[in-house]
Ligand binder design. Sequence first.
Ligand code: HEM
Ligand code: HEM
Length: 184
Amino acid sequence: METEMQDSLLMRLALPLLFSFTMLVVLALLFDYFLHVTGFVWVGRYLGVTGTLFLLFSFVYSARKRKLVRSGPIKTFLMLHCRGGWVGTLMLLVHSGVHFNALLPWAATALMVIVTGSGHVGQYIYGKAREEMKRGVGNEKLYWDTLTVRTLGQWRKVHMPLVSLFLGLALLHILSIFFLWNWR
Ligand code: HEM
Ligand code: HEM
């Protein structure tokens, strides 16, 4: 009974998330290759701005969570967070792939991939917690004590500093671009 639960959890939650993360990397490489062979490399430059806009949009989830946005199901906002983060990451990976000169923006890109990967892991733990809630693990107090819910708390403690570091590096890159443009 317990292993059956684990199996279906793996199929319904883990596999789609693994697929989603793999597709992100594969599609980025394909788009990058496509831009290079068709001579549209310049498009990659603009994807820096659009990708950043998508990431910024994905923070509507945080706004909803902190009640800056008052209505709408939290589930939908988390979905928007994931989709927005996914598309933004894809665009920024293609933007990065254009060339390799500077270390700082590449450090930002590496962290972005780690953050998105971590997001996928968080999504798995989140889904598992919801599953357990639905099955009704004892009463409500017991639910908040479950290992899964505590794991989600631990995961957040790792995820948040990674996000901050990524945002810091991304901001430095964007600022340096704007300063360089002014000088020219
Ligand atoms: C570069 C892309 C991403 C960034 C910068 C990012 C950033 C964040 C931030 C700041 C939070 C905390 C939200 C809050 O408490 O206000 C968060 C939570 C979360 N993210 Fe992401 N994320 C990204 C991509 C993703 C993706 C692609 C997914 C899904 C596959 C995802 C799933 C989650 C989940 C499940 C949570 C936890 C929700 C919660 O604790 O309430 N993230 N992310
Ligand atoms: C408003 C947003 C952004 C703008 C306007 C922007 C602009 C640019 C420009 C103009 C270049 C080309 C620099 C050159 O030709 O030497 C560049 C390169 C790059 N950007 Fe961005 N970018 C943005 C956001 C981002 C973000 C968020 C990341 C990381 C996730 C990123 C990662 C990179 C990387 C890795 C490169 C290649 C650096 C190299 O030459 O080695 N960019 N960006």
